[in-house]
Design a protein around this ligand. Structure first.
Ligand code: ZN
Length: 353
């Protein structure tokens, strides 16, 4: 079911990012953020601390967006919420924004418990299966070699090898799914929610937008306070995910109402989405400038980390920092502002043209 996106509604001027909810929901509890939409916060093994999961009243049951990391304490929290807050009414729809473990982790458990197939895009489904069955993203030695060729020193390569959190520890993938397409309409409690596919953070990330309510479930595509990770991985070393990310923001801008309440996967719900899009764009352009001036007479991605990120990165953060540095370097290479050369040891250095 598709039809063209609705026209923009300019409701009132908004000049800042605001957070209408002062506190996170208590463990085992939910906060109603909009009539019939509830916020659950569950723990994570990364420094991000927690992920937000969304429960939407859907007739005589519930629609759920994202499942949380596969851990006993997260499942206990889900069970408790179902019993105490959701009246044990069935889950009728399960939507997964993207394949990352904090979003997809419990999808098999939920599918089996409620007899539903997760709805997600095909690329996210395939990547989850590659990650779990072929272990592509868990090949940490391959990852370390890729980063070494990009100038990651042995000390940080060691931190990575010891501290990288494997994908498969956080996810069980169900046997089947339902495919979502960009611009598709999903009906939840009689309202139309539009699937908006975004790029840059994951292969085909789903955001959900209800123009009638002015609510967007943004997943990791748009986050407040922190910037969504944009990564280059060894299996597509010349990828340009940053361009996809910036183009996605350009595409979303005219679709979203000015007064949209954004429900992100990390940190708190916020308004002022157009300001936030501007801030994100500004952040990346500032970072591109910083990198261009740090290049000097030639720099590796590993050396660049010291210009861009704090010194005390853990193993997981080393990987994401390298990926993020490479995303910016590749963007600059693709638009002709930097060039890359491999030296006599096979290490890649970046130069101005
Ligand atoms: Zn993610």
């Amino acid at each position: 079911m598709t039809k063209p996106p609705p026209k923009v509604t300019v409701d009132r001027p908004i000049s800042a990012v605001d957070y209408p909810f002062a506190d996170y929901p208590q463990a085992g509890g939910v906060t109603e953020v909009y009539p019939g939409i509830y916020w659950l916060s569950t723990p994570l093994p990364f420094r991000l601390r927690a992920i937000n999961l969304w429960l939407l009243k859907d007739g005589d049951g519930w629609a759920i967006v994202d499942c949380g990391y596969k851990r006993d304490d997260v499942r206990e929290q889900w069970s408790q919420v179902w019993e105490t807050k959701l009246g044990d009414r069935p889950v009728k729809q399960l939507i997964v924004t993207h394949f990352h473990p904090d979003h997809m982790g419990n999808s098999r458990w939920m599918s089996e418990r409620w007899g539903v197939r997760p709805q997600m895009t095909q690329a996210e489904w395939l990547w989850a299966n590659l990650a779990v069955n072929d272990l592509n993203s868990d090949n940490v030695p391959q990852l370390a070699d890729f980063y070494r060729r990009h100038g990651l020193g042995e000390e940080r390569a060691g931190i990575l090898l010891e501290g990288f959190i494997l994908y498969r520890t956080g996810v069980s993938v169900p046997d089947c799914y339902e495919r979502l397409h960009d611009n598709q309409l999903i009906i939840i409690d009689g309202k139309e929610w539009r699937v908006l596919v975004g790029y840059g953070h994951s292969p085909e990330h789903v955001c959900l937008y209800c123009a009638e309510s002015g609510v967007m479930i943004s997943g990791d595509q748009i986050l407040p306070e922190i910037t969504p990770n944009v990564s280059v991985w060894p299996w597509e070393p010349d990828a340009d995910p940053l361009q996809g990310f910036l183009q996605t923001m350009d595409r979303f801008r005219p679709i979203l109402r000015r007064d949209t309440l954004v429900l992100p996967s990390h940190r708190k719900p916020f308004t002022g989405v157009h300001i936030r899009l501007q801030e994100l764009e500004h952040h990346h352009h500032e970072r591109l400038e910083k990198i261009t001036s740090a290049v000097g007479s030639g720099i590796t991605a590993g050396e660049l980390l010291y210009h861009l990120f704090p010194a005390n990165l853990d193993g997981h953060q080393v990987a994401f920092a390298m990926n993020e540095a490479l995303a910016h370097l590749n963007y600059l290479m693709h638009c002709g502002r930097l060039r890359r050369e491999s030296d006599s040891q096979g290490i890649y250095r970046w130069f101005r043209p």
